[in-house]
Write a protein that binds this ligand. Structure first.
Ligand code: UDP
Length: 413
């Protein structure tokens, strides 16, 4: 098939470096890995993403069979994700112009604004379209309240998109319930998770240097919802021979200027554990397996999480995961088998789960091995790409004749 992916803010080219910043994370990794896996399966993929640098060529090959196509929509520089919505009309026109010359068999939009741009263009040309939201505005609003900077129309657009596209790919079971609550018709959403590169994230190989302390690791963008403060709170309840390594945020040289790092350092001082929390800054995907292998346990306790690649990466490296039982983590981590589930925002529960693993190294190792088995059996990108292929084939088989866009985008922000 000729597959057109749209990922307006998250370029797959940023996935090998530059992750961990505020707006660069799982979507970059997932779009890249899915595109590569679909190409391995014999498909042709073009990923359309917004141009953020005037010097980047319009088309950049990612691998044989995958091209990244830079779309001019708004100024050619990095913009906050939430400011991109005003450029989606232009993005949509650009997509339509490209697809008229080079018609894809299916369009796969990633994130709500990509869907907003892609739906009218796909409908005008009669190309079937599937949508992965990666995150839902309704969930973000519920958890972040007044701090949610998403454009006000986001929830209405997601609701319209959910009902209008040919299929929604929900990344976890919880998202299906959210979509139903948004009014998306039952049966419209299929659970298709993200995956993990089980050939990269492996148990064997180099390990980052470490001392004698029991090492807890977090890997995430450094934004409050990721719950790193909850893990720091847990550390305050654990003995001196437990340390926390925090990967993510700006590159190491910029840590002292980062407001979230400052907030977390304050919390560590308040807990009396500042000497046991090590911030290492953003770590490239190439260096991450060695860092995971150096950990005794990986903690991932966000307040909410649409999917969450980090637990799968830890499982790929055979590390047990202490995970908040939210979103995708409720599906990927099996309580008592590949790690432990804890309630979100509960440092005491995190401390208890970490202590249980520290006290029983054999159990921790067994959970790590079970995690590896689960990652390979359920979440390898070849399997996940095959699940996508089945959906693409189904929507292509029932494709309808060209019609005009049906998306109502609500009132302007
Ligand atoms: N990541 C990284 N370096 C860092 C921090 C994060 O490469 O310093 C990667 C991490 O390995 C994972 C992604 O960013 O692949 C985060 O994805 P996840 O789904 O866990 O969270 P998101 O950022 O999408 O909220």
């Amino acid at each position: 098939m000729r597959i057109a992916m749209v990922s307006e803010h998250a370029s797959p080219l940023a996935a090998s470096s530059g992750l961990g910043g505020v707006d660069a994370g799982g979507q970059n990794v997932a779009v890249r890995a899915l595109a590569l896996a679909l190409t391995d399966a014999g498909h042709e993929v073009v990923v359309h993403t917004r141009r953020t640098d005037p010097t980047t060529p319009r088309r950049v090959p990612l691998a044989a069979g995958v091209v990244v196509d830079h779309v001019d929509a708004g100024p050619a520089r990095e913009l906050p994700k939430d400011d991109l919505v005003d450029h989606m009309d232009v993005f949509s026109d650009e997509l339509a112009a490209r697809w008229r010359c080079d018609l894809p068999d299916v369009v796969h939009a990633h994130f709500w604004m990509s869907g907003m741009a892609a739906l009218p263009a796909a409908r005008a040309l009669g190309v079937p379209i599937v949508q992965t939201f990666h995150a839902l505005g309704s969930v973000k609003r519920r958890h972040q309240g007044a701090e949610d900077t998403s454009p006000p129309r986001r929830v209405a657009v997601e609701s319209d998109l959910g009902a209008s596209v040919d299929r929604v790919l929900a990344t976890c079971r919880e998202e299906v319930d959210e979509l139903l609550a948004l009014g998306v018709p039952a049966g419209q959403a299929t659970v298709v998770p993200c995956g993990v590169d089980v050939g990269h994230f492996t148990p064997g190989g180099e390990s980052a240097s470490r001392g004698e302390r029991f090492r807890v690791l977090t890997v995430s963008r450094l934004v409050p919802r990721k719950g790193v403060d909850t893990v720091i709170g847990a550390l305050g309840r654990l003995p001196d021979d437990v340390e926390l390594v925090v990967a993510g945020g700006p590159p190491a040289a910029g840590l002292d200027d980062d407001p979230e790092v400052a907030r977390l350092r304050d919390r560590a001082r308040a807990e009396g554990v500042a000497d046991r929390v090590v911030f290492v800054g953003a770590v490239g995907q190439d260096a991450l397996p060695a860092l995971y292998r150096s950990a005794d346990v990986v903690a991932c306790v966000p307040t909410y999480e649409p999917f969450g690649l980090v637990p799968l990466e830890a499982m790929g490296c055979a590390r047990p995961v202490v995970a908040a039982a939210v979103g995708g983590l409720a599906d990927t981590v099996v309580d008592g088998v590949t790690g432990h589930h804890v309630p979100a925002g509960d440092p005491a529960a995190v401390a208890a789960a970490l202590e249980a693993l520290r006290a029983d190294p054999a159990r921790a190792r067994a959970q790590g091995r079970a995690g590896r088995r689960r990652a390979v059996a359920e979440y390898g990108w070849d399997r996940v790409a095959a699940a996508h292929e089945r959906v693409y084939a189904a929507v292509a088989a029932s494709a309808v004749a060209p019609r005009v866009g049906v998306l109502t985008t609500g009132s302007p922000a």
